[in-house]
Design a binder for this molecule. Structure first.
Ligand code: PEP
Ligand code: MN
Length: 359
């Protein structure tokens, strides 16, 4: 249920609604938009109905939300939202490129990948320190040492860090180094993890589970939002279908569908979708044309030596085409403004403590 406050509602009016709802054992989430304030209610609808909230001072309307997800629905927040990560916006009107290695392997490899990413127009650095691998024998990542490398490379390049967290116990550690916490496809329904990142003071990138419906994906986002963290970005990364020619099938329609149902930004991962280097740029083109708010892409200085997902990593020689479509395509499909510009180079950051790398 959502309480829409009228234009003249005061802070006291909003507080009164929150107090009433909390007294009825419900939770109230206040969103202040440019033109109106909305209070999202979570709890027993019958009790809320009995409070007759429509008659309270400053209330314009009370709307029952029909979708099973509430806080992440467009009914709760009609305008599409921009999430800011380390000062970089992701949302309507942006085409934010997040790029970097699938996994952090060494300081040199990560710095090279970040340098390549930045030159291609990336404004955020991706890289996994904790890797959720299908095989227990596959490279599992460097753990905290990898986080330290990411922080160091971030300081060197000015690119804020997006990195995956795979269990609730390490959320605090990862949040100490990262600007954005990634919840991967395999963990989309790890509810303890969703709640833990919901408690963290970091934006979250929520990848769609490989067998999840859009509704399940939005329900997973709702778990995070319900803990009070509304800085959420959704990422379509391909789903499992009967088609073996690609690693996953990029569900391109999920982008406008999720944007229609939810106000959250939606980005696309063409690397994990296709699983093949030659498909990254074509899938990125489709993502830009369909209206994705950004892209997340694997790059590696030597893809043939990569410890993880080398087949889909772009090498330096592939990046020119990516950079070209990122700038040339958006205006052709009616999208302006286009690319989120990268930071001045070199830029040193001070937002997060940058530990000294062990040598
Ligand atoms: C990743 O981005 O490194 C990753 C593991 O992706 P996904 O969770 O989409 O498989
Ligand atoms: Mn990967």
């Amino acid at each position: 249920m959502v309480v829409v406050m009228d234009g003249g509602a005061t802070d006291k009016d909003v507080r009164a609604i929150v107090d009433l709802v909390q007294a009825a054992c419900g939770e109230a989430f206040v969103s202040r938009g440019l033109t109106r304030t909305i209070v999202g209610l979570v709890g027993d609808v019958d009790i809320f109905t009995s409070l007759n909230l429509r008659s309270r001072s400053g209330v314009a309307d009370v709307v029952r939300i029909s979708a099973p997800y509430k806080l992440v629905s467009r009914e709760h927040h009609p305008d599409r939202m921009t999430v800011t990560v380390g000062g970089v916006p992701i949302g309507p009107g942006t085409l934010t490129l997040i790029a970097g290695p699938c996994a952090v392997e060494t300081a040199e490899q990560t710095l090279s990948a970040a340098t390549m990413a930045r030159a291609a127009g990336a404004s955020l650095l991706r890289g996994g320190a904790f890797k959720p691998r299908t095989s227990p024998y596959a490279y599992q990542g460097l753990g905290e040492a990898g986080l330290k490398i990411l922080a160091d490379v971030s300081a060197e390049t000015g690119l804020p860090v997006v990195t995956e967290v795979i269990d609730p116990a390490s959320v605090e550690l990862v949040a100490a180094y990262a600007d954005m916490l990634q919840v991967g496809a395999r963990n989309m329904q790890n509810f303890a993890l969703l709640q833990a990142v919901g408690d963290a003071a970091r934006p979250v990138l929520l990848k769609r589970g490989m067998s999840a419906t859009i509704e399940e994906w939005l329900m997973a986002a709702e778990y995070i939002a319900k803990r009070g963290n509304l800085d959420l970005v959704l990422c379509e990364r391909g789903i499992r279908t009967f088609e073996p020619a690609t690693r996953n099938t990029l569900d391109i329609s999920a982008v406008p569908v999720a944007q229609r149902f939810s106000h959250l930004p939606v980005i696309v991962d063409p690397s994990h979708s296709g699983g093949r280097r030659d498909l990254v740029v074509p899938l990125a083109r489709a993502a830009i044309a369909v209206g994705a708010d950004g892209l997340i892409i694997d790059v590696h200085p030597k893809p043939n030596l990569a410890l993880c997902d080398g087949d889909q990593a772009l090498a330096e020689s592939d990046l020119r085409e990516l950079a070209e479509i990122m700038t040339a395509l958006p205006p052709l499909v009616g999208r302006t403004p286009t690319l989120v510009p990268g930071r001045p180079w070199p830029a040193r950051r001070s937002a997060i403590p940058v530990p000294v790398l062990p040598r």
